[in-house]
Design a protein around this ligand. Structure first.
Ligand SMILES: [Zn+2]
Length: 86
């Protein structure tokens, strides 16, 4: 799977906007998603934030959701490093 593919994968069509950075249906975090697609080719310019883009997640409960990348809690990144040491 190419998370930076230019063309949106089919499954992103049914995405709902999550206002918390987790699955609105079951509460799973983005790290538990089965598929991820980052819409890096259509960033939105915002005042104060610079650029932001949509991140799409296909949850393990088969719900599809998206959120802005700048809504991702910083702790989420740190935690994923700790859980998946490279
Ligand atoms: Zn879910």
């Amino acid at each position: 799977m190419d998370v930076f593919a230019k063309v949106a994968p089919q499954w992103t069509n049914q995405a709902t906007h999550a206002f918390e950075f987790c699955c609105p249906k079951c509460g799973s975090s983005s790290r538990e998603a089965e598929k991820v697609w980052l819409n890096r080719y259509a960033p939105v310019i915002t005042e104060g934030y610079g650029r932001k883009w949509q991140e799409f997640y296909y949850c393990k409960c088969s719900h599809v959701w998206w959120a802005w990348n700048n809504d991702r809690p910083p702790a989420d990144n740190l935690k994923s490093h700790r859980d998946n040491p490279i």
